[in-house]
Design a protein around this ligand. Structure first.
Ligand SMILES: [Cu+2]
Length: 164
């Protein structure tokens, strides 16, 4: 009889121990009974959640950064003819990449924007393309900087760069 009691007590202790382990595991949201690896399992889940949160944060930061870094591209085709630019307006936003295709008809013209240090010459009948970043907000004249014709100073257009 004595040995049976001992076995019963041992069994009861084991059952109590298992119940405590189960209670501990059940107190969390995921009641998974894995007595031997309980601590390691919880630690693993915590690490996984941390890594997932970190990945989400990195993704958000990457998307925001990409949006800030990818500039808009704006294209304009301008014809210089009879001492006029057509069209004679360019409306862009700050930091846009502005690509200008400029064609000269009848004679040689140029296209200059002082504040942007731009002077481009295009020979009669030819087409040039250039681009620049509109990094300065404001309103700027573009004009023909050649001095061979008296009409040149009056050949003007306007570029408006809307600030961020
Ligand atoms: Cu001119």
């Amino acid at each position: 009889m004595a040995s049976v009691v001992t076995v019963d007590r041992a069994a009861a202790r084991a059952a109590n121990s298992a119940r405590r382990t189960f209670d501990t595991m059940s107190s969390g949201r995921s009641a998974v009974l894995r007595p031997e690896s309980c601590t390691a399992y919880n630690g693993g889940m915590r690490l996984l959640r941390f890594v997932a949160a970190l990945l989400a944060l990195v993704t958000v930061v990457t998307v925001v950064t990409a949006q800030e870094q990818a500039p808009n591209r704006r294209e304009f085709t301008i014809v210089a003819k009879d001492h006029q630019f057509t069209p004679n307006r360019m409306d862009v936003s700050q930091d846009d990449i502005v690509r200008v295709t400029l064609r000269a008809e009848g004679r040689t013209y140029s296209f200059a924007i002082d504040a942007y240090r731009i002077v481009k010459r295009v020979a009669a009948g030819e087409t040039i393309t250039f681009e620049f970043r509109a990094d300065q907000p404001g309103t700027f004249d573009f004009y023909c900087s050649l001095t061979s014709d008296p009409e040149c100073p009056g050949m003007r257009g306007t570029m408006t760069v809307k600030g961020k």
